[in-house]
Design a protein around this ligand. Structure first.
Ligand code: N01
Length: 485
């Protein structure tokens, strides 16, 4: 990449999910053409390429879980399934001619800031590349978390993680153990339950579940959405309003969150008649602490005769199955880990070194933090999409990513104007993080354990306000928050 022409910085983006594509499109629109995008896989899509488990779908409605500048009047359903979302992302990449910038099958292993040249050396499986700006868009949920359960490697049957679904394993007629009851498991459990001989669901903590008001979008919908785009925009705005209200409920309005809890209770009562099972499935932590899940077929699937919900803790995985703390051996043929992702380990396994050779991982030893989730002290011209404290408990992450892409575009323009790399001022970042953590420490997410929190209890994943607040705070780029190096 060229560096002579400082008027046009060279920019590397890591990842081609919603975040990487949002950044690339924004920068192309702003006239930056010296772009290289690294993608470890052989296609775009991020988590929507990786997660192919049965029933994989988005629990945020598609008219809202899509780019505002690229509505899709032809969504097959309100809550589209993974293949449709992946198709959408592929289409967007084509539409904006992004693919020619992408180096597929190229994993970024790290990046070093060189103070003598004020540039980054990005280390990849395909060699080193020097650029002026690095944008990480690797997401928070891209690395599967394997539980540290004794004997996990001794199991003699097939086993795999939900995010790496092994489609070569035929589950028909098998005894299957599922470990985990998060957003992934509640989508695939109802899909596999009718096929398997026996399904043992190992539940450590039950989720709150609300119905998913899904609907197929018919040819008539498609016609209306195409001819009158305002109708789809109205649906988008409607869901924005609903999810913002839910966000406000968990963040600020206890009575409103009580109403949501009651709705979950009624839903459970309606779907599960057996009182013993119902008691097992009722959470004992405040609603909203973990992500509320949307499903109309998860709870009914657990009432089927071939399903057992196991609430005893797992003691050990044995060559033939799962042994629980009550000494019972649950013999199974297949174990599926729906155990989530290593979210708090931001940007891992990349090794990022900023000014003075500082390691990002060391700087983040107490928990990741970044100004507005995007800029880190002493890491000049490194910007993060979906960085620390920008996940949502409720709402569409795509709206956050669009705000970030715009803000990063402005930051790059400022760096270009000053002719120097920029990073957030230490005191600005500190003040920002302090106020964020003050809001989070007594908030709902601190009341239970989840992937939103680090091992030390710090909430590093979630934004403590509404989407509206984040959009407002990122709408303007304030150059006085940054320093040139
Ligand atoms: O992962 P999770 P996920 N022994 O971390 C259990 C997004 N997403 O893949 O709650 C026993 O939520 C763990 O138990 P506990 C969405 O943002 C979106 O399901 O820790 N159990 C939990 O039940 C979501 O929040 C969509 O007690 C163990 C489960 O495994 C995020 O991805 C769809 C265990 C992990 O749940 C993650 O969801 C899917 C152990 N040792 C996912 N370790 C959309 O629709 C873990 N568990 C957009």
């Amino acid at each position: 990449m060229t560096s002579e022409n400082k008027a046009s910085p060279s920019i590397a983006i890591v990842g081609t999910g919603f975040g990487g594509l949002a950044a690339a499109i924004e920068l192309k629109k702003a006239g930056y053409t010296d772009l290289v995008i690294f993608e470890r896989a052989d296609g775009v899509g991020g988590v929507w390429r990786e997660n192919t488990y049965p029933g994989a779908a988005c629990d945020v409605p598609s008219p809202y879980y899509s780019f505002s500048f690229e509505p899709n009047p032809l969504w097959p359903r309100r809550f589209s399934e993974q293949p449709a979302i992946l198709d959408y992302l592929r289409g967007v990449a084509d539409e904006y001619d992004i693919k020619r910038h992408i180096r597929f099958s190229t994993a970024v292993t790290g990046a070093d800031f060189d103070e003598s040249t004020s540039r980054w050396t990005v280390r990849t499986s395909g060699g080193d590349v020097e650029v002026d700006v690095v944008i990480s868009a690797v997401g928070q949920l891209s690395r599967p978390s394997w539980p540290n359960i004794k004997g996990r490697d001794t199991f003699e049957g097939a086993s795999f993680h939900s995010a790496e679904w092994d489609h070569s394993v035929d589950l028909a007629g098998k005894r299957v153990a599922v470990i985990g009851t998060g957003a992934s498991a509640i989508q695939f459990v109802p899909e596999i339950q009718p096929q398997v001989a026996r399904l043992s669901l190992f539940q450590r903590t039950p989720p709150y579940v609300l119905p998913r008001p899904d609907t197929e979008f018919s040819a008539r919908h498609h016609k209306v959405f195409t001819r009158v785009p305002l109708t789809q925009r109205a649906e988008r705005l409607g869901w924005f309003g609903i999810t913002e209200t839910m966000g406000i409920a968990f963040l600020y309005a206890r009575p409103l969150s009580k109403a949501i809890e009651q709705a979950c209770r009624t839903h459970l009562k309606y779907q599960v008649k057996d009182k013993v099972l119902r008691a097992k499935l009722w959470p004992d932590y405040p609603v909203g602490c973990k992500r509320i899940l949307f499903s109309s077929n998860y709870l009914p699937s657990l009432t089927q005769p071939n399903v057992e919900v196991v609430t005893e803790g797992i003691d050990e995985i044995t060559p033939t199955g799962v042994r629980t703390t009550d000494g019972v051996n649950h013999d199974v043929d297949v174990i599926i880990f729906g155990t989530g992702f290593t979210a708090s380990d931001f940007l891992a396994p990349m090794q990022i070194r900023g000014r003075g050779g500082k390691e990002l991982r060391e700087q983040w030893a107490g928990g990741a933090q970044a100004y507005l989730g995007m800029s880190v002290v002493d890491f000049p011209n490194l910007f993060l999409m979906y960085g620390p404290n920008t996940n949502l408990g409720s709402g569409s992450i795509v709206t956050m990513l669009e705000s970030q892409a715009r803000y990063i575009g402005k930051a790059i323009a400022h760096s270009q104007a000053t002719g120097r790399p920029i990073s957030v001022r230490g005191e600005v970042a500190e003040k920002f993080d302090r106020s964020l953590q003050e809001r989070l420490v007594d908030g709902v997410w601190s009341k239970c354990s989840s992937w939103y929190r680090n091992a030390n209890g710090r909430v590093s994943s979630n934004w403590p306000g509404t989407v509206t607040e984040y959009r407002r705070r990122t709408a303007k780029f304030d150059a006085s928050d940054f320093t040139t190096v």
